[in-house]
Design a protein around this ligand. Sequence first.
Ligand SMILES: [Zn+2]
Length: 310
Amino acid sequence: MPSPALQQLSATTWAWMNDRPGWGYSNSGVVASDGQGLLIDTQFTLDLTRDLLRAVAATLPGTEISTVVNSHANGDHTWGNQLLTDAEIITSELSARHACKEMGPAQLSALCAMSGQSTTATYAAECFGHFNFSGVTVTGPTQTFAGRLEVKVGQTLVELLDLGPGHSPGDVAVHIPEDGIVFAGDALFSGAHMVVWSASLSACIAVCERLLATGAETFVPGHGPLMGRADVEMVKGRLIAVTESARQLAEADVPLMEAARRIMAEHAGSWAHPERLFTQTTAAYAEAGAPGVPAGTLAMVEGMAELACR
Ligand SMILES: [Zn+2]
């Protein structure tokens, strides 16, 4: 199957699956019934979003996308929103509140353009330098919710779950109960380590439990291949293992970067982006009450860059 491609998961649900493990290549989804469509997440650039919308139009002719759900505010899930201005764009209150702290396309491009001048800029350019953000106007939600929201798409009931902080400061999952399918956004990564922007690893673990509690059998992660319940259990188990290692290192007063290096050596395995373990270590250190733990997007990117470059 070419990638990205629309993969049918049920009579009403399709996933736009991207099999590239690199940063920024995200999965999206569509629920379609009786000519109505709900899109889960747009893509990182306008061109990538147009590819998605063309595939939806070809596969589901006559379907009008009247609702977009953003799983969180990161650009690789929202920077195509402006191509769907006729639709209601929904996310959680928490996600909307923290969107202003995101790095915008101009900032990210400027950082990539400084490649070679700092470890962070070189790392950013390697991760994001090949994306073309021209024309992107960051477009926020038109509707927010807290807790749980039901949306009817034609005959199909879709449940939006406000997961609270975890991967990002506010994540949303889209549950299609009749099909046992959950679109998890970046609350789940498949085949790659999780980035933690929220500074809480325990929240990421609790979110895995919440996703499993839906009873769903199929999980569409924000990045990487489809997952089943055992895969979600594995992600949860590995987050718990990192938490335990980090707690021991924090108690032994091991400095943060050294702790992240040891955790990467122990927990990298075969998943992509082991440098993201810096963000997990940082979150666990913050929760263990270690002093002087850095916070914020740029500090996380700096730490990952340092870990990736050695
Ligand atoms: Zn993402």
